[in-house]
Design a protein around this ligand. Structure first.
Ligand SMILES: N[C@@H](CCC(=O)N[C@@H](CS)C(=O)NCC(=O)O)C(=O)O
Length: 156
């Protein structure tokens, strides 16, 4: 279910790294178990455990992996395209994904009802995706920011 976990798995695979995948069922609320909270007190996936390094944020994980394993870089060397990748990744991580998070939608559903939930999603995701479309219009190639796969691959 998690787009944040997807992006980490995609990066691990692009870099050809071996990893152990430990599924966390969000609908069964396994992310809120006391065991999981020890890894991420925010109760969100994904979490990367690499030896004694425990990272609980997909963007931080991607940047960590990129420094540690430089094969198939996730950021272009061209400064403008690098900044563009970081800008878009932050828009997704800060201005789109959090608005459709399970915990947020549950809260709106419980306090304001299903109808408000749909309006909320349409408003916030629509605004964020429209901004991304505008930003990518002049920058996309085969992939989101050119002809190579980087941090920003495509819109969702
Ligand atoms: N900024 C974090 C956000 C993580 C996040 O929101 N994870 C969602 C799935 S994409 C989650 O675990 N939701 C569970 C919940 O809302 O209870 C990241 O990029 O990793």
């Amino acid at each position: 279910m998690s787009s944040c976990a997807f992006r980490v798995r995609i990066a691990l695979n692009l870099k050809g790294l071996n990893y152990e995948y430990v599924p966390v069922n969000l609908l069964k609320e396994e992310q809120r178990s006391s065991e999981f909270l020890k890894l991420n007190p925010l109760s969100y996936v994904p979490v990367l455990v690499d030896g004694d390094v425990v990272l609980a944020d997909s963007l931080a994980i991607l940047l960590y992996l990129d420094e540690k394993y430089p094969q198939h870089p996730l950021l272009p060397s061209d400064l403008r395209r690098k900044a563009l990748n970081l800008q878009i990744a932050n828009i997704v991580a800060s201005n789109i994904q959090p608005f459709q998070n399970l915990a947020i939608l549950e809260y709106i559903n419980q306090n304001f009802g299903q109808e408000e939930r749909v309006l909320w999603i349409k408003h916030h995701l629509g605004k964020g995706l429209a901004a991304l479309e505008a930003l990518l219009k002049d920058n996309a190639g085969r992939y989101a920011t050119g002809d190579e796969v980087f941090l920003v691959r495509k819109i969702f």
